[in-house]
Design a protein around this ligand. Structure first.
Ligand code: ZN
Length: 177
């Protein structure tokens, strides 16, 4: 091959040079060896080439979302415990569960006790902001004593566990009100 043919091949015009093999596509650009192989690949090799990257990206997104949900719940808790509100806006029920906050702690205004409500059994859409759950809560003791559903309470905080001896109720941060 003389130099002219080499040059023609290099710029993708090989087919116009008699006696040379054309690698040109309709776009006029030559198909490289790797790209030609790529076009012939089936779903299995796509999986082997891209699968790991696709899964890794999805896992990173899941982790980032969980981190964001945790941070949003922690921020809401700080606002509630530090300033006692405003409760709105609040994390969504599903986001709180995703972040590991399975309970909402409220303080009943009738008997002043702190109680927890399990978020995973709340029959509300996962997009419901947790502050909206307050109005559905009723204190069992106060309802029994009064003979009607007693629902006056204030939101305290989201928490991972129920209130127990080893896991006491949340306390509002000290200071002048
Ligand atoms: Zn009560």
């Amino acid at each position: 091959m003389h130099k002219g043919a080499d040059l023609a091949a290099a710029i993708g015009a090989a087919s116009v040079v008699p006696g040379t093999f054309s690698t040109a596509t309709r776009s006029g650009l030559p198909i490289g060896r790797a790209a030609g192989h790529f076009l012939a690949m089936g779903s299995k090799s796509r999986e082997s080439i891209y699968g790991g990257s696709v899964r890794a990206a999805a896992e990173r997104a899941t982790e980032a979302r969980k981190d964001a949900d945790r941070l949003a719940c922690a921020a809401w808790n700080k606002r509630m415990l530090g300033f006692q509100g405003p409760a709105q806006p609040s994390p969504a029920l599903g986001d709180a569960l995703n972040a590991g906050y399975r309970y909402l702690e409220v303080k009943c205004l009738g008997c002043n006790t702190h109680q927890t409500v399990a978020l995973d059994i709340a029959r509300r859409p996962k997009a419901t902001p947790v502050h909206e759950l307050e109005r559905y809560m009723r204190c069992r003791d106060c309802s029994q004593v009064r003979g009607y559903p007693y629902k006056r309470s204030v939101l305290v905080a989201l928490r991972a566990t129920k209130i127990s001896a080893g896991d006491p109720q949340s306390t509002w941060w000290p200071g002048e009100r």
